[in-house]
Design a protein around this ligand. Structure first.
Ligand SMILES: [Zn+2]
Length: 400
């Protein structure tokens, strides 16, 4: 079987991939500009005979592998950025950049994708088509995937890719070596809403002479919860949490303005589209009902990450053949975090999968999860990620 042979080859690359990962882990970088990380990636791809280009608006790396035979193009993606977290993992290869940490495991994504490139480059003669390797900065909130799409990553092989795959490691919840996926919504959309209520300040003893934004703010906070449960289907959940509410300076002065900030999570394209209208109307009209005005700034975060059902079937089949059927599970529900691979999956069918990297000495139920300063990821996930990505590309290309 090709996939088991790939896994064996990937395991032989394991020490190299772990060394690369540790190197990256020591020098984490944040955002769209990751010069040190980019240099390591370019170095690691050296000698593989790939067509390598780098980004303009961001320090991305796009590498194209041309197979020996004609065929379609597929895309494999690894994100490269870290988080503003002060590391407390206790790992011997801990971050040397104070206040910055690869707390989400993107160092494993880079090393895993380099591994996939090596595995596939060694099989060039058998490949009918091309593979685009997408090394992406700026996943953590700054839309790096969207920028790479704008710079042409989906057409890097000279034609639009027919499928795209990504794997995300998790440091808890999923046992080591287990791959999970699900058809349809894999991850939420996350938007932000900033509200300013404009009233008129005055003396707390004579509110009728003022226009109180505080009572209006309080009413809006509660009305938002009612609105999402009354106006939107409860089987397609919407989570609204007001995380910041700010107004005034002291007990007996009615302030002129009040501010709210909320995060909004949705799990379908339909509700992602509907929610801004529902909440904006509500805020403006509650304020108007009391003779005040409100300004809404609705900021779109990442869209819903939606997997293609056929591509998830492929992933399940490929993972089971490679690792054994007990190493693949269908995730019962989406993850409520958001991911900018969603932009890729809006354009082409594909699958975004999770891979357990919980260290063997930790309990997946209690280990620190991704983004924790104490998150630890086991290196044995690296060959699995590399072989899984390579197998998915080969399987899709075999289909023609
Ligand atoms: Zn991540």
């Amino acid at each position: 079987m090709t996939s088991t042979a790939l896994l064996t080859e990937a395991q032989a690359l394991g020490p190299d991939l772990a060394a690369l990962r540790h190197d990256l882990h020591r020098i984490p970088e944040i955002g769209l500009d990751l010069p040190l990380t980019q240099a390591r990636v370019l170095d690691a791809l050296e000698g593989l005979d790939l067509e390598v280009t780098t980004g303009t608006a961001l320090s991305s790396v796009t590498a194209v592998l041309r197979g020996a035979h004609p065929g379609p193009a597929v895309l494999l993606r690894g994100d490269m950025d870290a988080l503003p977290v002060t590391e407390e993992s206790g790992e011997p290869f801990t971050s040397e950049h104070h206040g910055v940490m690869h707390a989400c495991g993107h160092d494993l994504h880079v090393a895993g994708l380099v591994g996939a490139a090596r595995l596939l480059a060694a099989r060039r003669d058998e490949i009918a088509g091309s593979v685009v390797f997408m090394f992406q900065p700026g996943e953590e909130g700054v839309h790096g995937a969207r920028s790479m799409i704008e710079e042409g990553v989906l057409d890097a092989a000279g034609e639009r890719v027919v499928a795209a795959y990504g794997v995300h490691v998790v440091s808890a919840m999923v046992p080591l070596g287990l791959v999970t996926g699900r058809p349809g919504t894999a991850m939420a959309a996350a938007d932000q809403m900033y509200v300013t209520i404009h009233g008129r300040g005055g003396h707390g003893s004579m509110p009728h002479l003022a226009a109180d934004p505080v009572t209006v703010a309080a009413e809006i906070v509660l009305a938002m919860q009612t609105a999402v449960t009354r106006q939107l289907d409860a089987h397609d959940p919407v989570v609204v949490s007001v995380g910041r509410i700010q107004a005034g300076t002291t007990d007996n002065v009615i302030p002129a303005t009040a501010e709210l900030a909320a995060t909004i999570r949705t799990f379908s394209h339909e509700h992602h589209t509907a929610v801004p209208g529902v909440l904006t109307r509500l805020v403006e009209h509650v304020a108007a009902a009391h003779g005040l005005t409100a300004e809404v700034e609705y900021v779109r975060g990442y869209p819903v990450t939606v997997n293609d059902a056929d591509e998830v079937d492929r992933a399940a089949r490929v993972a089971a053949a490679m690792l054994g059927p007990e190493h693949y599970e269908t995730a019962p529900r989406p993850v409520s975090g958001a991911e900018d691979f969603s932009y890729v999956l809006q354009e082409v069918p594909g699958a975004f999968l999770f891979l357990g990297a919980t260290p063997p000495d930790a309990d997946p139920a209690t280990a620190p999860y991704n983004h924790s300063a104490r998150a630890r990821y086991d290196d044995s996930a690296l060959p699995v990620a590399a072989a899984l990505l390579a197998s998915l590309a080969l399987d899709r290309l075999e289909q023609g």
